[in-house]
Write a protein that binds this ligand. Structure first.
Ligand code: CO
Length: 481
């Protein structure tokens, strides 16, 4: 099978200073650690779905204007099994009538191909996917250190969420898990370390949805339940089909917003809207008091349905990514039972992997950064965009033949929050800082790290890598690494 560029495999692991063209701000100190598939190969073939490529960390470290690069595969059980020709299957690989393969994603021995994101929880650095088994790594060497699986008494789920929220007021981390059963439940937790959690709420559901991320504000967690659902009994029924192929698109259900009050653990409202699907929430907040105004505002990157899941099989990708980019939609809702959901389109230029400044997470934001997917002749994102959601102004960065990854905004020292005084105003505009992106340069046959001035989206510096990285998912910037 001919695979499109960007869905290729690498096998070398490198650790070197990168040449820098242009100028990286001296204040930029820390590391961007990105995660994503590094290889799709097994000893006896390859995986089938992009989401099943084997986790490889990529670190870009900044110090005094210099850039150092390191990449390393996580030595997970899934990675080692693949090398032995024993990969048991994951998100969209496996199945084929073998019940044990399907179950391996969520049940008996949870899948550990943690290729979605790198995060810090407490003092631990962890790589995560949607199984409940996290993989610890050393942020300096990127060495794999072992697994973390919650083993306390609070309710646990079978499927985890790889997108955490960090509460800037308490430092706690918010997440949820889905427990499959005769009555399934979403369990919402607050974590201080990977193994210390406080159970906030449980929301019963007959047929759980596939929910890749969620919204949080100072006082609320909102789980948006899309009509892409599974009957959990399907997981135990023999027959063809991988984990994700057991889900069904049922638009007549609409989309339910489960609003949990973090102070009481109560579901205070569950308004519904029309059907849509999303992988990624942009941000959410509680607006300053306005008479009759909404209690919670959520920006979500929506698509009309779940067709993009099928478009990400490697066979399908050989002919290009055939799915719509996302739209940035704003949902306003009331926390009163019986309230309605108001939906407004903020940007429909075709986006992917939207982000905001870490200084405005869980608070009102003005700028959204995202990949843009709108070139029908290319099989991937060809630009980065910055959307000013107040004025509607859009700025863009692109170069011919360049395919940028998720943009990560790093605030300048004045545009950060002081952890000891999280309610103090910023000393600089929200967009004072840089945007970092790992770009695949098709013509040069290699990747680059680009540093953009976030205010203008103009290029400040580029640092070419010695090889071409396959497309990845998510990164986080760690100032202390
Ligand atoms: Co994601």
């Amino acid at each position: 099978m001919a695979r499109a560029f960007g869905f290729h495999s690498v096998d070398e692991e490198r650790d070197l200073d990168l040449p820098v063209e242009g100028s990286v701000p001296e204040w930029l100190s820390g590391s961007l650690i990105r995660n994503g598939p590094g290889s799709f190969e097994t000893a006896d073939g390859s995986v089938d779905h992009w989401f099943d490529g084997f986790a490889m960390l990529r670190r870009f470290s900044f110090d005094g204007g210099d850039v150092r690069y390191r990449n390393r595969f996580l030595r997970t059980d899934a990675y080692e099994a693949a090398r032995r020709g024993e990969f048991a299957g994951g998100f969209g690989t496996g199945g084929g009538g073998l019940l044990s393969r399907l179950k391996s994603f969520v049940f008996d021995d949870p899948y550990d191909n943690t290729n979605v994101i790198a995060e810090r929880v407490g003092d631990e650095y962890v790589a995560m996917t949607e199984s409940t088994r996290w993989v610890r790594f050393d942020p300096e060497s990127l060495a794999t250190l072992g697994h973390v699986t919650y083993d306390g008494d609070d309710p646990s789920g079978d499927l985890a969420c790889a997108h955490l929220h960090r509460d800037p007021w308490t430092g706690a981390v918010l997440t949820f898990e889905t427990a499959f059963g005769r009555t399934s439940e979403y369990h919402v937790h607050e974590l201080t370390t990977p193994n210390e959690r406080r159970h906030l709420a449980s929301i019963p559901t007959a047929e759980p949805a596939y929910i890749h991320s969620f919204a949080a504000t100072r006082n609320y967690v909102v789980l948006v339940e899309f009509p892409f659902v599974v009957n959990p009994l399907e997981f135990f029924r023999p027959g063809d089909g991988t984990f994700v192929e057991r889900y069904r698109w049922e638009p007549d259900r609409g989309t339910t917003f489960h609003v949990v009050d973090r102070r009481t653990g109560q579901v205070v409202a569950a308004p519904t809207a029309g059907p849509f699907f999303a992988f990624h929430h942009v941000n959410a907040y509680e607006p300053a008091d306005e008479a009759d105004g909404p209690d919670v505002v959520l920006d979500v990157e929506t698509v009309p349905d779940a067709a993009s899941v099928d478009a990400l099989y490697l066979d399908a990708l050989a002919d290009g990514f055939d799915a719509d980019g996302g739209a940035i939609d704003r949902f306003r809702l009331s926390t009163d039972a019986g309230g309605a959901v108001d939906r407004e389109r903020l940007y429909d230029g075709g986006t992917g992997l939207p982000t905001v400044s870490p200084a405005v997470r869980l608070r009102e934001h003005r700028y959204v950064y995202a990949q843009r997917f709108d070139d029908p002749d290319e099989n991937w994102a060809t630009a980065l965009v910055k959307v000013d959601v107040e004025s509607g102004r859009v700025r863009e960065f692109s170069r011919p033949g360049w395919f940028p990854s998720e943009p990560i905004f790093v605030p300048s020292p004045d545009a950060r929050r002081d952890a000891d005084d999280p309610d103090a105003p910023l000393d600089a505009p929200e967009d004072e800082g840089v945007v970092l992106s790992a770009v695949l340069d098709r013509d040069a046959g290699r990747s680059l790290l680009v540093v953009l001035d976030a205010a203008t989206m103009g290029e400040l510096a580029r640092a070419p890598l010695p090889h071409a990285l396959p497309f990845d998912f998510h990164g986080r910037y760690f100032p202390a690494v």
